[in-house]
Design a protein around this ligand. Structure first.
Ligand code: HEC
Ligand code: HEC
Ligand code: HEC
Ligand code: HEC
Ligand code: HEC
Ligand code: HEC
Length: 197
């Protein structure tokens, strides 16, 4: 029986949490635990983002990827906060180890972490990333994207042109001079090249 508005709200929100969790799992939104265990310790518990930001105050950058998961307190309990990417933090409480550090991961593991959610079965189409030029040249997603960047598409530089030109400087100059691709167009590198292929 739903006796009051408050009960109804609680009922509706638990159904929504259930649906959200089910949909997220279907889209592959949980990281494979064997893979995570090598960084976080087997069976470590989730502690929620609020615990993390007590110590790491600067990490919850507004507008960054973290906000994608942090809109809803209920989500944090299922790991859709810091722990969605860094793994369950239970073993890290009071211990510098027991947390996934991107700086110590192989290129393949970084890519597995990101594609754990961003695979082509889910809502994101990363094309033929695995056969792509940049992965083939030894890069991971973090060559261009930053975990805590807050600009559009979470890039290290603002916009595709600046991002791509930070390595392809000569082509960047040519594009600006109207000497690359379609002369005189306002297009960005990403309009013509898929960065993930
Ligand atoms: C009690 C304080 C505390 C809490 C709570 C805490 N951490 Fe830490 N964290 C630390 C300390 C201390 C280090 C070690 C810093 C170093 O190595 O320079 C660290 C290191 C890290 C690193 C590696 C940093 C690097 O430079 O490589 C990551 C990532 C991290 N924590 C994420 C988290 C996440 C995610 C949570 C929540 C699940 C969390 N931390 C909770 C204190 C804390
Ligand atoms: C979308 C995945 C993702 C989420 C969510 C996320 N991080 Fe990170 N974090 C990264 C990546 C990737 C790096 C490596 C540095 C980079 O490229 O930005 C990183 C680096 C760090 C570091 C090392 C210091 C640094 O900036 O290099 C700490 C500490 C940290 N994260 C804590 C947190 C905390 C606390 C939260 C939650 C408020 C969080 N992270 C949420 C992906 C994420
Ligand atoms: C736990 C799941 C999860 C993980 C792990 C994850 N992401 Fe995401 N990512 C999301 C969700 C959810 C969104 C928001 C999608 C939206 O708003 O349409 C998102 C958005 C993005 C976007 C912006 C997309 C847009 O259209 O605005 C980029 C870029 C991105 N993620 C890159 C990364 C990278 C790089 C990593 C690895 C460091 C990573 N993600 C790890 C779930 C994840
Ligand atoms: C060579 C640089 C580069 C690398 C490496 C890279 N990206 Fe991107 N990514 C971009 C740029 C630039 C955009 C924005 C494209 C645009 O403006 O249309 C983007 C957009 C995205 C988006 C949102 C649009 C979409 O295609 O769904 C997601 C999600 C994403 N990247 C995830 C990833 C993941 C996960 C990896 C690693 C497997 C990765 N990226 C590797 C440059 C890169
Ligand atoms: C971190 C450095 C780096 C960034 C950032 C980067 N690239 Fe690259 N790119 C490379 C390397 C290294 C190669 C492979 C060697 C080569 O062909 O120059 C490559 C290859 C390419 C190629 C194939 C070149 C050929 O001759 O077949 C294209 C096209 C390309 N990149 C476009 C882009 C675009 C578009 C962006 C931005 C979304 C971008 N790159 C960002 C380093 C980078
Ligand atoms: C209007 C479409 C267009 C735009 C915008 C564009 N390109 Fe290209 N790009 C091309 C075409 C077409 C080629 C030639 C492909 C071929 O010959 O296989 C090319 C070739 C390349 C190559 C390989 C050959 C070379 O000249 O080194 C790289 C690297 C490259 N582009 C990077 C970039 C970067 C970085 C940007 C943004 C600063 C960019 N492109 C913007 C269409 C475009």
């Amino acid at each position: 029986m739903l006796k009051s508005g408050r009960n109804l709200t609680m009922y509706v929100s638990s159904v929504m949490v259930f649906l959200a969790v089910t949909l997220f799992s279907m889209a592959g939104f949980s990281q494979d635990s064997d893979y995570m265990d090598s960084y976080t310790g087997a069976d470590a518990d989730m502690v929620g983002s609020d615990s993390c930001t007590m110590c790491h105050r600067d990490s919850a950058v507004e507008g960054s990827h973290v906000d994608t998961f942090d809109g809803d307190e209920d989500c944090a309990d299922y790991g859709f906060g810091c722990e969605a990417c860094h793994g369950p933090g239970g073993d890290h409480m009071g211990d510098a180890d027991g947390i996934l550090r991107f700086t110590e991961m192989s290129t393949g593991d970084v890519t597995d972490n990101c594609t754990g959610c961003h695979d082509d079965q889910g809502s994101f189409n990363l094309g033929d990333w695995e056969d792509g030029t940049h992965l083939g040249a030894g890069m991971s997603c973090l060559a261009c994207h930053g975990g805590h960047s807050s600009n559009d598409m979470f890039l290290h530089e603002d916009g595709a042109n600046a991002m791509c030109s930070s390595c392809h400087a000569e082509v960047g100059d040519q594009l600006e001079a109207g000497d690359h691709g379609v002369p005189g167009s306002d297009m960005t590198c990403a309009d013509c090249h898929n960065p993930h292929e």
